[in-house]
Design a protein around this ligand. Structure first.
Ligand code: HT7
Ligand code: ZN
Length: 844
């Protein structure tokens, strides 16, 4: 497959002023008529005319009304065109029913639906399918369906047709069409300037009861973007459609967001608190794209982080404002370490702005999204809140209606602050997770902190230059008082010292507060110092981090030296979890442990080959000791976290349920599941039901409850996804592969549905000790299914390949087993470009 490079960017030779599309819908033979007003692009002399097009049957093409015979290839067409404005027309036929890849126009449960990002529009008609070609779209849909939707505002509708016009120029990746028999949950929103907007959430009949939360989240997002970023909505209608067959979470098509039903439908009986929070964040994310992505879009796909990093950053701010800022930050860092760090520290490592790709779908990654958001957080921290707000205002004013680059983005910050951001820009071009080491010195009232940075080599980038790293630091005195408030140190060199004068006693530093940069901090301290920070740190993130690091060091000692669980950790944990002045959600996070794959990464970084079973055993032992150590506290925690109010998925109630659930998990280790059995019987919402069932399954019990759960929810596809995932994720390591294999034979295992496929194989890949269990049965099972899925849905297959990305961490035997599976998949004839690229990179 061809590699595409950022350095080769060149503008398209023609501007598309207006696009008119007519769809005659038919499951097997949809006709698409396109009429496009083109004119030569004054910004380039290149007059070659190539339109992308894939899997299209061309019926007819014409220029200025005269029929032509373009030269067709597998990827598009070319033809001579006038060196003056002209009207392009084409009629093509497509087969939505055969489209299992879920890109372009496809059918899901009899409903027509599109997914055009990144390069799906070329499967709908011939077009310059690149984000820097922006045009207005007018769309007519002819079909017998009660609901016919496209982008923008409705223009006309009648028996068997509807017309839509989107006045805002947009790239083709934001085009959308939906046709089907759906029902609406409707509402209205009055914008800050008094414009009325119709809001609709369209769902399958039967799902009406799961819409209210999503609608409230949408209205909150619209208000928040007005209040915090000064961004108002710009159409008369905002439609959201829920669809069951979808490759990712949701898609921000202009005025017509399309959502994976799992990312929008929610009810207390069927959704957990985590589901609610995620749904709220995704609705906000897609809505926020209306300005960061749609009104201002990307010049080319290398600039993906321009819209994604910024929009993730914005949705994180939204969640922090609506819920708890420290809890959101801790959860985001857990996620970053769980998904982005392994990517950045392995064969798939790539810069936040990649410089080449074969298949762009493979670059919708944690690095582009989550590290991209971290980079914006660092920029904000470096320039300050006020300059950040000014820079954003300038960005919207200067670039509205344009397709932009990271250079444009940084320039608004440079113009507002007069700062040279050329070194900062390395965050966009250098891959890898920087490591920071710490040296301390104390003399005559002066405390000196010396920080050093190195970034390990990554594929294609053997040498790294120092980056600008904002390191937020506070100092605590020996009695736990803060003697220096948080200050942002700018680490710009390989090694740099910072001094603090006038201190009465040697302070304890709290470094990288709020996780001010996406780095690995290597700080050699004693368990007593960590315990001190766990007890006293005034920065909630670092207080949590102290507990996490203690736990990590404790696990390391257990794994590598056979040590017993550390008393400093258990004492410190007890003190924090007992403190009922602290937010229950925060205390629940304190009870978490580093994930087993994170422990494997840490061992690997320390030069020790991780043994997944040893990590599992140590984790189990530590959990058991924790349960025993906190035994007397558990009944109190359970009582304290009872919710007497009607269910609300808000921060307060969900925090209580999280702490109550964590307490139940520990209690189950002591009472053999008695409490969980009774909780399961009484649970009146999915959070409590799933929490009790999980405890039982983890204890090797709960088969009766599991069967009852299935019978209760067999009609609800989203709950049945949970039912699949639970069994695999909570199986004992030696049973994980067998459990997953058995479930692939279940009549409900509809593997062509991405949610169902991921529901089963996601938890298998995440089950560290189960996936890596000796013998490699899980590797083989996953490979079998990736081979099966690839011809049907390359995008989902390729994403799942990342399960193998950490393979070089493990012993020779496991590497040989995984390597054999990678080779077996790669040897499949006709393997997709998506999967080929992923596996080739993983193999290195
Ligand atoms: N911008 C979207 C990214 C996306 C996507 C969504 C659904 C299906 C396929 C997709 N390919 C790329 C989602 C977002 O970041 O908001
Ligand atoms: Zn996005």
């Amino acid at each position: 497959p061809a590699t595409i490079y950022l350095k080769d960017y060149a503008p398209f030779g023609y501007v598309a002023d207006a696009v008119h599309l007519t769809f005659d819908l038919d499951p097997k033979a949809t006709r698409v008529h396109a009429r496009i007003d083109f004119r030569p692009n004054p910004e380039t002399d290149d007059r070659s005319f190539f339109l992308h097009g894939e899997k299209l049957s061309l019926i007819r093409a014409a220029i200025d009304g005269i029929e032509i015979a373009p030269q067709l290839t597998d990827t598009g067409l070319t033809c001579p065109v006038p060196d003056a404005p002209f009207v392009w027309e084409a009629e093509v036929e497509i087969d939505p029913a055969a489209n299992t890849a879920l890109e372009g126009l496809y059918l899901s449960n009899g409903m027509y639906c599109t997914q055009c990002e990144a390069e799906g529009f070329r499967k709908i008609t011939y077009y310059p399918d690149r984000p820097d070609v922006m045009s207005t779209f007018t769309v007519r849909i002819n079909g017998p369906h009660p609901l016919l939707l496209s982008n923008g505002n409705p223009v006309a509708s009648g028996e068997g047709f509807a017309e839509w016009h989107d006045p805002w120029p947009k790239p083709a990746y934001l085009f959308a069409l939906v046709a089907g028999d759906l029902v609406a949950h409707s509402d209205r929103f009055t914008t800050v300037s008094g414009r009325e907007v119709d809001l609709n959430l369209w769902v399958r009949p039967g799902d009406e009861g799961k819409c209210a939360f999503g609608m409230e989240a949408l209205k909150k997002s619209m208000r928040w973007d007005e209040e915090v970023y000064g961004r108002e909505y710009d159409l008369d209608v905002f439609n959201i459609v829920a669809v069951d067959d979808f490759n990712m979470g949701a898609m921000e098509n202009k005025g017509l967001n399309i959502f994976n039903s799992a990312a929008v439908l929610a009810s207390p009986e069927t959704s957990t608190d985590d589901n609610f929070e995620r749904i709220e964040a995704i609705i906000a994310h897609e809505y926020f794209h209306n300005w960061t992505g749609n009104r201002i879009t990307c010049r080319d796909w290398f600039q993906l982080c321009l819209k994604e990093g910024l929009t993730v950053f914005r949705d994180a701010q939204f969640t922090a404002d609506l819920r708890s800022a420290p809890v959101k930050r801790i959860r985001d860092v857990i996620d970053l370490r769980g998904r982005q760090f392994p990517e950045d520290q392995g064969p798939l490592s790539h810069p936040v702005r990649p410089e080449s790709f074969q298949e762009i779908n493979n670059f919708y990654t944690a690095t582009v999204y989550e590290k991209g958001a971290e980079v914006i957080g660092m920029l904000k921290r470096l320039v300050g809140d006020r300059a950040y707000a000014e820079a954003l205002d300038l960005y919207f004013a200067r670039h509205d209606g344009q397709a932009c680059t990271i250079e444009d983005w940084l320039k608004v910050f440079e113009d507002v602050t007069d700062r040279d951001l050329s070194q900062f820009k390395r965050w966009y071009s250098q891959a890898g997770t920087p490591r920071i080491t710490v040296e301390e010195d104390w003399q005559d009232g002066t405390y000196t902190l010396t920080l050093s940075q190195t970034t390990p080599p990554t594929p294609g980038q053997p040498e790294k230059l120092p980056q600008v790293i904002p390191v937020a630091v506070g100092l605590l005195g020996p009695n736990g008082d803060e003697v220096r408030p948080t200050q942002v140190l700018e680490l710009t060199q390989d090694r740099q010292s910072f001094t603090f004068d006038g201190l009465a006693a040697r302070p304890v530093p709290s470094i990288l507060r709020e996780f001010s940069a996406p780095v690995v901090l290597e700080q050699e301290t004693t368990p007593a110092q960590r315990a001190f920070l766990l007890a006293h740190d005034t920065d909630p993130f670092n207080r949590w981090e102290a507990g996490r690091t203690l736990a990590e060091e404790c696990l390391l000692a257990m794994i590598t030296k056979g040590a017993a669980p550390d008393a400093d950790y258990l004492n410190g944990l007890l003190a924090v979890v007992r403190d009922d002045t602290l937010d229950p959600a925060y205390r629940a996070l304190m009870l978490g442990l580093p994930s087993q794959s994170e422990m494997a990464a840490t061992l690997h970084r320390c030069g020790v080959t991780p043994d997944p079973q040893a990590i599992w055993d140590a984790t189990e032992t530590l959990r058991q000791s924790t349960a025993q150590y906190l035994q007397d506290l558990l009944p109190r925690l359970r009582a304290e976290t009872q919710v007497d109010q009607p269910f609300a998925p808000d921060a307060e109630q969900s925090g209580k349920r999280a702490l109550g659930g964590a307490a139940l998990a520990l209690l189950t280790r002591l009472d053999g599941g008695a409490q969980a059995t009774s909780d399961y019987g009484r649970a009146d919402n999915m959070t409590l039901q799933l929490s009790a069932l999980s405890c039982l399954l983890k204890a090797g019990k709960g088969q009766t409850e599991l069967a009852a759960f299935y019978d209760q929810w067999r009609h609800d596809r989203l709950v049945i996804d949970k039912w699949f995932g639970l069994q695999v994720g909570l199986a004992a390591p030696e049973k994980a592969a067998d459990t997953a294999r058995a479930l692939t034979g279940h009549p409900d295992f509809n593997w062509k549905n991405p949610n169902r496929f991921r529901a089963l194989f996601g938890p298998l890949a995440m089950h560290h000790a189960g996936f890596h269990f000796a013998g490699g049965a899980a590797y083989e099972l996953l490979a079998d299914w990736l081979i099966r899925l690839d011809p049907v849905n390359p995008q989902t297959t390729a994403r799942m390949c990342s399960a193998f990305q950490t393979w070089r961490r493990y012993d020779g035997e496991r590497q040989a087993l995984i390597g054999a599976q990678l080779d077996r998949i790669l040897a499949q004839p006709g393997l997709s470009r998506d999967t080929t690229e992923m596996l080739t990179r993983i193999k290195g």
